[in-house]
Design a binder for this molecule. Structure first.
Ligand code: PXP
Length: 250
């Protein structure tokens, strides 16, 4: 990997909307958070429009599509409703994520193997609309092969199991095994010609080992940054994350 590698940071603003929705008003505004994230060094904005609209709203997606300069990565379930919304707003990218139990693997990524028939039309329709599709999957070779078979150019590796194990005991066997799974999966993705992203549960303590994996080019991080913003501010939290990523990926 060249010295010029710059690992991209996608800031997920879902939980700014969670806090707003706790009172049903307009504050804090996730679009304002997206603009602040751009100023703080984010390379993209990620937002998950859930079927139950528990955080991000349809209006948030419309406003994000018009008001931010950074590329928007829309996380969405593979449903007809979400597909119509994605095609209407044409975000830079769409990451297909599981929402219902039957779409989820044991650990939490998309069930790309058993769900391939159901996912294929959504992948194709998004690509036809010029949207860059990624599939949120568990870091294992079988799911990567299935993702490749679906024709998506990008995968996002689920880092939840790694972050949980690393948080419990970073020197422990579980943490080391989960890290190896991520490293092996990222290498396998590159061998398949898939662009590789990673995310879920990443914080200051867990970002470095993930950022150091040479074939991962983007991290999507949300909950920790919004939580940390309570203590140090959103921009400062993003700056620090950016610095930790840059150091680990240099
Ligand atoms: N990537 C994907 C595909 C996600 O669905 C999410 C949110 O669950 C994230 C990244 C960000 O995770 P977190 O909010 O835990 O940082």
């Amino acid at each position: 990997m060249s010295m010029s590698r710059r690992l991209r940071l996608g800031v997920n603003i879902d939980h700014v909307a969670t806090i707003r929705n706790a009172r049903g008003g307009t504050h804090p505004d996730p679009v304002r958070a997206a603009l602040l994230a751009a100023a703080a060094g984010a390379d993209g904005i990620t937002a998950h429009l859930r079927e139950d609209r528990r955080h991000i709203s349809d209006d948030d997606i419309a406003r994000l599509s018009h008001e931010i300069v950074l590329p928007l990565n829309l996380e969405m379930a593979a449903t007809a409703e979400m597909l119509a919304i994605a095609v209407r707003h044409r975000p830079h990218a769409a990451c297909i994520v599981p929402e219902k139990r039957e779409e989820v693997t044991t650990e939490g990524g998309l069930d790309v193997r058993r769900g391939a028939d159901r996912l294929a039309p959504t992948v194709a329709a998004l690509q036809d609309a010029g949207i860059r599709v990624s599939l949120f999957i568990e870091p294992n070779p079988e799911d990567l092969d299935a993702a490749k078979g679906l024709g998506a150019p990008v995968v996002e590796l689920h880092t939840g199991a790694f972050c949980e194990a690393w948080g419990r005991d970073s020197a422990g066997e579980d943490a080391q095994r989960e890290l190896r799974r991520l490293q092996d999966a990222a290498a396998h993705a590159a061998a398949l010609g898939l662009e590789c992203h990673a995310g879920h549960g990443i914080g200051f303590d867990t970002v470095a080992p993930v950022a150091a994996i040479p074939t991962i080019v983007e991290l999507n991080i949300g909950h920790f940054l919004v939580g940390e913003a309570i203590f140090v501010g959103f921009e400062a939290a993003i700056w620090r994350m950016r610095a930790l990523m840059d150091r680990a990926s240099a």
